[in-house]
Design a binder for this molecule. Structure first.
Ligand SMILES: [Zn+2]
Length: 123
């Protein structure tokens, strides 16, 4: 599972941080997750809870903050939210990398990230 490998990397970073800073208790970990990653927040939280059992950060919570996609078009210099395809099979519209203005391919400048934003802890 994609989520599991990502979350295990995150848990590892948090554990390293806790060990280095000699933190007694982590309350919650806030994650920025881009819209274009296709990661499901529920899946991330589920993996997190499973992975932190028996570790120094057991009992902490994972909070997922969605980062909206932003694209920029090298053809017409459009910058902004991407074009969405309404997909009948999924509940949410699917962001595409097609320019909403000229229809050519854009580059995502935001929306691919998956990183720890903040760690709330008790020293
Ligand atoms: Zn364009």
């Amino acid at each position: 599972m994609h989520e599991l490998s990502i979350v295990s990397g995150i848990v590892e970073s948090v554990l390293n941080f806790v060990a280095a800073q000699q933190i007694s208790k982590v309350v919650d970990v806030r994650l920025s997750v881009g819209e274009l990653t296709n990661l499901q927040p529920e899946q991330l939280c589920f993996c997190y809870t499973a992975l932190i059992e028996q570790t120094a950060i057991a009992g902490s919570k994972l909070e997922v903050e969605a980062v909206p996609a932003v694209v920029s078009c090298p053809h017409c210099s459009y910058q902004g939210p991407p074009k969405y395809w309404a997909d009948a099979l999924s509940l949410a519209p699917v962001p595409t990398l097609q320019c909403p203005q000229c229809g050519k391919a854009t580059e995502a400048t935001q929306g691919h990230e998956c990183a720890i934003k903040t760690i709330k802890y008790v020293a």
